[in-house]
Design a protein around this ligand. Structure first.
Ligand SMILES: Nc1ncnc2c1ncn2[C@@H]1O[C@H](COP(=O)(O)OP(=O)(O)OP(=O)(O)O)[C@@H](O)[C@H]1O
Ligand SMILES: O=P(O)(O)OC[C@H]1O[C@H](OP(=O)(O)OP(=O)(O)O)[C@H](O)[C@@H]1O
Ligand SMILES: [Mg+2]
Length: 282
C-alpha cells in the first residue's frame, strides 16, 4: 500500500481532499477521521497537521505527502518537492506599521514575530541580517499592536489581514508558496506506485486547465487554424463529407478558449465547440 499524508485542517485540507477525490481516490467520511484506506487503489491516507507532514515523510514512514512549499522549507526536514498542485497559493512577506522600516537593512535591533521561524532564520542568514525572532502560533499581526514585535513575517494571500491591522508589506516577497507533493530526500525516485499517483494528479491538473476544442474549417485555412490550436502534441485532423473541409480537434488552455474561438471564427472556422475534460493521462 502507498502511504500518503494529507492535511487534516486549515487552508490546504479542503482543496487537497477535492483534488484526491477528482483523481478517483476514496477520501475520509468525516473531519475527525485520521486514517482512511482506499482498498481498490491500494492507498492509505493519513490526515495530519500540514506543518507536521514533511517530518513524517522525511522519516520514511510515509511515502509521500501533500503540504505547503513554505511549510516544507520551514520544517527543515529531509523532504523534497516533486509536484506543484496549483492551490493554496500565497506569498510570504515582511510587514510593519508605516514608518518603522523600509527594508531588511533597518531590521537590526528589531524583533520579528512569525509562525515560520525556519524560513525567517534562513532568510536572515542568507542576507546577513541580525535581528531577533519571536515565535507565535498565529494571529501574528496583533503582535505589533501589543508591542511584542515591531515587524511580522507571515503568509499573505489577499492582504486583508494586513490591511485590517494597519500594516504594510516591506521588501520583496521572501517566497511564493502553493500546495506541493513531497517525498523523502533520497527516496527511490521511480517507485511505480508513486509514479501512478502523480500521473493521476497531473491528469486532474490538466483537466482543470485545458478544454477540448472541435471545429470545422476549409482545408486551405488549416495551417492558420492549427497555428492557433497546436494542441499538446499535435491536433487531430479528420476529413469531412463536404469536399475541401476538415474537422480539427485539439486541447487548448481554458483561459484562452474564448479568444481562440474568436480568432478561428475570423479565419472562417465554423461549428467551433469547447467541452470540459473530466480526466486525462498525458
Ligand atoms: N490565507 C491563508 N492563510 C494561511 N495559510 C494559507 C493561506 N492561503 C494559503 N495558505 C497556505 O496554507 C498553508 C498553511 O496551512 P495551515 O493549515 O498551517 O494554516 P492555516 O490555513 O492558516 O490554518 P490554521 O490557522 O487554522 O491552522 C501554507 O502552505 C500557506 O501558504
Ligand atoms: O492575506 P489574507 O487573505 O488575509 O490571508 C493571510 C492571513 O491568513 C492566515 O491567518 P489565519 O486566518 O489562518 O489565522 P492564524 O494567523 O491564526 O493562522 C495568515 O496567518 C494571515 O494572517
Ligand atoms: Mg492560519
Amino acid at each position: 500500500m502507498l502511504r500518503i499524508a494529507v492535511p487534516n485542517k486549515g487552508s490546504l485540507s479542503g482543496p487537497a481532499a477535492e483534488m484526491l477525490h477528482e483523481a478517483g481516490y476514496r477520501q475520509r467520511r468525516e473531519s475527525k477521521q485520521l486514517v482512511a484506506v482506499d482498498e481498490a487503489n491500494e492507498v492509505e491516507f493519513f490526515y495530519l497537521r500540514p506543518r507536521d507532514i514533511a517530518i513524517y515523510v522525511s522519516s520514511g514512514k510515509l511515502d509521500i505527502g501533500i503540504t505547503g512549499r513554505d511549510l516544507l522549507i520551514d520544517s527543515g526536514a529531509g523532504a523534497e518537492e516533486i509536484l506543484p498542485l496549483g492551490f493554496g497559493r500565497s506569498t510570504f512577506r515582511f510587514a510593519t506599521r508605516p514608518g518603522t522600516a523600509t527594508g531588511l537593512t533597518d531590521f537590526a535591533g528589531l524583533t520579528i514575530a512569525t509562525s515560520y521561524e525556519g524560513i525567517v532564520a534562513k532568510h536572515f542568514a542568507d542576507k546577513g541580517v541580525d535581528a531577533s525572532v519571536v515565535h507565535l502560533d498565529g494571529a501574528v499581526e496583533t503582535a505589533i499592536e501589543l508591542g511584542v514585535a515591531q515587524v511580522i513575517a507571515d503568509v499573505v494571500e489577499t492582504g486583508t489581514s494586513l490591511r485590517n491591522a494597519g500594516l504594510e508589506v516591506i521588501g520583496e516577497p521572501i517566497m511564493q508558496s502553493e500546495a506541493v507533493v513531497i517525498r523523502g530526500t533520497g527516496a527511490e525516485s521511480e517507485d511505480p506506485k508513486v509514479e501512478q499517483f502523480l500521473r493521476r494528479l497531473q491528469g486532474v491538473l490538466v483537466a482543470r486547465t485545458y478544454v477540448m476544442m472541435d471545429y470545422d474549417c476549409r482545408a486551405e485555412h488549416l495551417e492558420q487554424a492549427v497555428a492557433l490550436t497546436p494542441g499538446l502534441e499535435s491536433p487531430t485532423i479528420s476529413p469531412l463529407h463536404n469536399e475541401g473541409w476538415v474537422a480539427v480537434r485539439a486541447m487548448v488552455p481554458a483561459k484562452d478558449a474564448q479568444r481562440i474561438m474568436d480568432d478561428l471564427y475570423r479565419i472562417g472556422a465554423r461549428a467551433i465547440l469547447t467541452t470540459a475534460i473530466h480526466a486525462c493521462r498525458l
